[in-house]
Write a protein that binds this ligand. Structure first.
Ligand code: PHE
Ligand code: NA
Length: 436
């Protein structure tokens, strides 16, 4: 059977945006930003998206488009056997990320349901914390994790066009509409200006004093949020089947993803400031505790909360499918397994790997720290070294296809891949490992 391709240009872009926009923007970004001092983190992160994120997307795109293969096969085709082991790293990373991603996505489904059925009634943070505890671990958590994985498996089993492309055409616009509505609401809150000040005025002193923490966190976040370092963008680009301007596609994707992350801050921080909660205390669960407490305390909080949690659930789904697709495309291309059994088998394995996370949240920090602080960064490093130093001629040639007038873009790009990505990644990998 011929390998599938996207039906439309918009289909590819929406799928890539759907992959990028996810828990990374809405759950991870606010708590990491809070943790590392608000605006100081934001500015470092924005610089990294432009300097290393954008060129790194193109690295994955050129590999995928040229080879029309899954990441393991793609690297084997372009490089020697040793490089296909780098592809294996992606398979491992995909398993780890999707397993905890699905558990957290399940929390959002659960909070959406709670909002619909009983509303958010626990304005007192201690009560909101109790609720969070019951959502975060336990049998129900396992059930929601299973439900979410079933949705992911269902979409991937349906294929590139009928599954991924069709679903992102609904999901991505829905995310954007909900988010714009929520940000407009955030703007009307009394505490909005104080929140914006916290969020938007950079404090270079803080960056200088804490760079050993801010730098790896911001680099990791830049890769995570753009779905880089594990072959998701390689896989999606492998379904392109035509030469078009990859640079402009990458720019659209990076811009939309960044816009979503920044807009989420425009929702979350005003809501928190309105009820007097200090952002950045308490890690991954904090956003749930403080937001549910806040939704209980502000006018229209219930509907706001339902829209917010539903938006995150949808965004998580459109990202999760891109992770499962990496694993499934590997089985289809390399092992010859049919799509439906491949999706079911891998999805089940991912589900099992996530089970510990539903039992004790310590596994969440472990999985997330390992995947984001080490695996994704390492994956991006290998890809940058490969394309920038091992096969740069291929990279330039492939980038040039579909671009009428490349100007100096290919030179600028190849040097961005050779030096900034490699340097930033090695430094943050070092600092990240020390920290982990
Ligand atoms: N980019 C996604 C997010 O921000 C997460 C992701 C990482 C998806 C890696 C695919 C691959 O939530
Ligand atoms: Na993202």
């Amino acid at each position: 059977m011929a390998r599938e391709t996207w039906a439309t240009r918009a289909g590819f872009i929406l799928a890539a945006v759907g992959s990028a926009v996810g828990l990374g923007n809405i759950w991870r970004f606010p708590f990491i930003t809070g943790q590392y001092g608000g605006s100081s983190f934001l500015i470092t992160y924005l610089a990294f998206v432009a300097l290393i994120g954008f060129p790194a997307i193109l690295v994955e795109f050129v590999i995928g488009r040229r080879t029309e293969r899954n990441p393991v096969g793609a690297l084997r085709e372009l490089g020697s056997g040793a490089w296909s082991s780098a592809g294996w790293l992606f398979v491992v990373t995909g398993f780890v990320i999707l397993s905890y991603y699905s558990v957290v996505a399940g929390w959002f489904l659960r909070y959406t349901l709670i909002g619909i059925t009983e509303g958010f009634t626990r304005a007192d943070p201690a009560a909101a914390e109790t609720l969070y505890r019951t959502v975060a671990t336990g049998l129900d958590t396992l059930v929601f994790h299973a439900l979410f994985m079933l949705l992911v498996i269902g979409i991937i089993a349906a294929g590139v066009r009928r599954g991924i492309e069709l679903s992102v055409k609904v999901m991505v616009p829905a995310i954007l509409v909900l988010l714009l509505g929520l940000a407009a609401y955030g703007f009307t809150l009394d505490a909005a200006s104080a929140a914006y000040a916290y969020y938007l005025s950079p404090d270079f002193g803080t960056i200088a004093a804490n760079w050993t923490e801010i730098l790896p966190a911001a680099a990791g976040q830049a890769f995570f949020t753009l779905s880089l370092g594990m072959g998701a963008m390689i896989t999606y680009a492998s379904y392109l089947g035509e030469d078009r301007n990859l640079a402009s596609d990458a720019a659209i994707i990076a811009t939309l993803d960044t816009l979503v992350a920044v807009l989420v801050g425009f929702v979350v921080f005003p809501v928190l400031f309105t009820v007097g909660i200090e952002p950045g205390t308490g890690g991954p669960g904090a956003i749930f505790v403080s937001l549910t407490a806040a939704f209980a305390g502000i006018p229209g909080g219930r509907i706001l909360g339902v829209f917010f949690f539903a938006m995150v659930g949808i965004a998580a789904l459109s990202s999760a499918i891109s992770i499962l697709e990496v694993l499934v495309s590997y089985l289809i291309d390399e092992v010859g397994v049919a799509r439906v059994p491949a999706a079911a088998a891998v999805g089940t394995a991912v589900f099992l790997l996530g089970v510990p996370v539903t039992i004790d949240s310590i596994f969440l920090s472990l999985y997330d720290g390992f995947a984001d602080g080490i695996l994704l960064v390492l994956g991006s490093l290998l890809l940058a070294v490969f394309v920038g130093w091992v096969v740069p001629e291929f990279g330039r040639d492939e980038l040039g296809k579909g671009i009428a007038d490349i100007g100096g873009l290919d030179d600028a790009w190849i040097w961005a891949v050779r030096v900034p990505i490699v340097v930033v990644v090695i430094v943050s990998l070092y600092l990240g490992i020390v920290d982990y």
